[in-house]
Write a protein that binds this ligand. Structure first.
Ligand code: FAD
Length: 611
């Protein structure tokens, strides 16, 4: 059956006018209501967490269970994760989940130009690309591809090498956190696996629930025939090799951080009665407010020079509201790598030039929004014939992790055995009718540059908190990134030509569909110049933005210190993927959750000291 129905239906002028009229009536009602409301309650919480994404969910749960008698306000711009027709909870529909308009911030990156190495006089243009970010309970963990990966020990040791006080971020400390959070369902794990994994945490991790497709087993055999070693655990002692991913799934369903940590946090509710006859009691609980868009930080204006955060201003149900922190409390931004820097800049913390250009008073000049790190990727499809893909499994099934060649050649045997790989190839079966515009079934090969050297940035476009910041990814700006990507794509092409893919599954044409669904580029025999064009034009994101509020000494372009406190401010921390000083060489959900788990210990320690 041909299910070629339109995904987007354009509203006509008449409908838009009707919408505007209804909005007007709603606004009028709210304004009238506000005019008559003489009183407002001053809401006070011990902690205010901005964002119920990966980090916010973990932090809320760990704090409410870690400190007695506190209350926490979580402000989330999106809604609960249940209004998605099952698309969030089913792993096989993740490709649809991140295209749910209601649950996505809808960011678009800026255009860019990359200089050719073959022809240095020439620049290749990169178009704007969509940059999805979760706007829902669980944040991106509710929309992601669920691959469970932590990166390599070396990267965390680099975080720790920034100074003696950064030791708390070395691999041994981070591993302790990863294990504490993890509940791994691997059947019959060996001793090594047991040493490196956790089995009692809240974050469920499992092997592919329904096994993998035969054609994907064929892919593993083809990779091995080229000398790529096998790997049973990408979070084991070595990361390189070919194998099947583990996923943040519980019995075949998505295990987001909302599902695991936030929902556990919401279970804790205690009522402490007040001491005086007319005093209210204190509710000890996590109060999560959905559709609450944070506008900025409220500062203590009486001590202007000290930059003391005392609360948050947010927009909810048509009105601007305020919430404040108790004397020992803190404001914690967990709004992700795009929005945490945006909120900081809107509140006067950021690069002077960009803030002044947008008429924002500079409270503290810091390189907020710089150091935008991500894992660039690029993909092609191998047509398989006969059609061996009948339904969808978990999506991204197979990983091939290797070191790429800096000159763009197919990696050598030594590269494939190198213990410091820099590429992750994600391979998945693909069925034509799953995505609009695709008319090919087969295998998608998506090489991901795990250790990029190009760095991007973001800046405010205006002082309007509902406006998108301008995002410059700078992918492939450094030519070694471009050529390592070409090297990995060539390796993919080589693997696809091996038996049993070439024989049993008849994999032949390798290329891509154009925007109209027609088979366009065939990458079988293309020049270096065409490879450059292919990668720059088709290159995309793996959805791992991070680093924009860098944890580093202030003299080394840091925005937060080793305890994640913003330099030159009080009562303010950032806890999410934006604090990564260097991006881990793997998917970023587990590392972000780990950062939040460790941050909770630091916050608890500081809170107790204030006694
Ligand atoms: C499509 C996709 C696929 C991915 N695949 C994988 C994968 O397979 N494996 C993996 O490990 N990682 C994957 N990732 C990346 C991973 O999920 C993220 O790195 C991680 O979830 C980031 O967590 P965070 O807490 O930093 O931010 P987020 O999870 O984005 O949380 C930020 C939260 O803050 C809220 N917020 C932001 N601004 C405001 C505001 N002004 N007011 C109120 N609330 C606000 C947001 O709505 C959001 O809920 C993927 C991501 C995407 C988008």
């Amino acid at each position: 059956m041909n299910r070629d129905y339109p995904i987007v239906i354009e509203k006509n002028q008449e409908e838009l006018k009707k919408d505007a009229k209804i909005r007007e009536l709603w606004m009028k009602n709210i304004c009238d209501h506000d005019k008559h409301a003489k009183f407002k309650t001053k809401e006070i919480f011990d902690f205010i967490i901005v964002g119920a994404g990966t980090a916010g969910c973990v932090l809320a749960r760990e704090l409410i269970h870690g400190i007695p008698n506190i209350n926490i306000l979580v402000l989330e711009a999106g809604g609960p994760d249940v209004h998605s027709n099952g698309l969030i909870s089913l792993p096989c529909t993740w490709f649809k989940a991140f295209q749910l308009d209601d649950h996505d911030w809808g960011y678009i990156t800026q255009e860019q130009k990359v200089r050719s190495r073959v022809n240095p006089d020439k620049e290749i243009a990169r178009n704007k690309i969509p940059y999805p970010r979760g706007k829902v309970w669980g944040g991106c963990s509710s929309l992601n591809a669920m691959i469970y990966m932590r990166g390599q020990a070396k990267e965390y040791n680099d975080w720790a090498a920034q100074g003696p006080e950064y030791k708390i971020w070395d691999w041994d400390h981070c591993l302790e956190a990863f294990k504490a959070m993890e509940n791994n369902a691997r059947k019959n794990p060996d001793e090594k696996f047991k040493q490196l994994h956790g089995f009692n945490g809240l974050l469920h991790v499992q092997d592919c629930h329904n096994g993998i497709y035969d054609v994907m087993s064929g892919l593993i055999d083809a990779a091995k025939s080229l000398g790529i070693p096998s790997n049973e655990d990408f979070n084991g002692e070595r990361q390189n090799g070919v194998g099947v991913f583990q996923f943040t799934n519980q019995e075949g369903k998505r295990c987001s951080l909302a599902e695991s940590y936030l929902k556990d946090a919401l279970k804790k509710v205690e009522l402490h009665s007040g001491s005086g006859p007319y005093e209210f009691g204190k509710v000890v609980a996590v109060d999560i407010r959905s559709y609450a868009h944070v506008l900025g930080i409220i500062w203590d204006e009486e001590n202007e020079k000290e930059n003391i955060a005392i609360g948050i201003r947010y927009f909810c149900n048509g009105t601007v509201r305020e919430a404040f922190i108790a004397p020992k409390g803190e404001v914690i931004l967990c709004s992700g790598a795009i929005n945490s820097p945006q909120i900081l800049m809107l509140s006067g913390i950021g690069p002077k030039e960009n803030l002044e250009a947008n008429n924002i008073k500079v409270r503290k000049e810091l390189p907020v929004g710089r150091n935008l790190l991500d894992h660039p990727s690029c993909y092609f499809v191998a047509k398989s014939d006969p059609d061996v893909i009948h339904h969808w499994s978990s999506g991204s099934e197979i990983g091939i992790i290797h070191k790429a060649n800096i000159e763009g050649k197919i990696p050598s045997k030594e590269d494939l055995f190198d213990k410091n790989p820099d590429f992750q190839i994600i391979a998945m079966p693909f069925r034509s009718d799953f995505m609009k515009g695709y008319k090919t079934s087969g295998i998608i090969m998506l090489p991901v540059l795990n250790v990029p050297s190009s760095v991007g940035y973001l800046e405010l476009n205006s002082s309007n908190p509902f406006d998108q910041p301008r995002i410059f990814l700078n992918f492939f700006e450094k030519s070694d990134d471009l050529y390592r990507m070409i090297s990995s794509l060539k390796l993919c092409r080589e693997i696809l030509k091996q038996p049993p893919l070439s024989t049993v599954y008849n994999v032949k044409e390798i290329g891509i569909n154009d925007e109209f669904g027609q088979w366009s580029v065939n990458v079988d025999d293309i020049s270096e110049e065409d490879w450059e064009k292919f990668v720059v034009e088709r290159g995309t994101t793996t959805f791992h933005p991070s680093g924009t509020v860098k944890m580093a000494p202030e003299s080394k372009d840091g925005v937060v210190n080793h305890r994640l406190q913003v330099y030159g401010t009080k009562n303010l921390r950032i806890v999410d993927a934006s604090i990564f000083p260097y991006i881990p060489s793997g998917n970023t959900n587990a590392p972000t959750a780990m950062v939040a788990w460790k941050a909770s210990r630091l916050i608890i320690e500081d809170y107790m000291k204030k006694n």
